[in-house]
Design a protein around this ligand. Sequence first.
Ligand code: SF4
Length: 179
Amino acid sequence: MESKVRVATCSLCGCFGCHMSLLDLDERLFDLAEKVEFDRSPLTDIKELGECDIGIVEGGIANVENVHTLLEFRARCKILIAMGACAISGGIPAMRNQYELKDCLEESYTRGVGLVDAQIPNDPEIPLLLNQVHPIHEVVKIDYFLPGCPPSADAIWTFVSQLLAGQPIALPYTQIHYD
Ligand code: SF4
């Protein structure tokens, strides 16, 4: 029996919308399951990343934990894919880059109406925030970029089908225009 392609996915600093779009493959997920087996992913809840053929990363880099996860994905996945605007350019989370991190934290935690003795959380278990949100290609080499916010299920299907078939990636304009 032909062995299945092992695929891992993760969400770094994103909204899980790209993973929701992956689920929007709907019945095509059954076709996908014929060819791939999921390793660590929010879809499987496997916690430890194994050796994989393909890693799909949603979200940018906003904290130290994101960096560690991304480095692990790069080390364990032969092909690494940046899925969606947040992974590719930082996306919406990167809108905070125009402000000082201290100002963002104070705005979020200490300037609400009715707050009493408000404090910025500093538990050591909370991943340390980076001063800016970074696209993932600034940290590791990325093999493919799949644009969109999120990429549509059709775009994901075209992309994955071509990749699994060993074909060049060629998304039709109808799947990557956003006007
Ligand atoms: S690219 Fe869009 S849908 Fe995907 S994680 Fe970022 S904000 Fe969410």
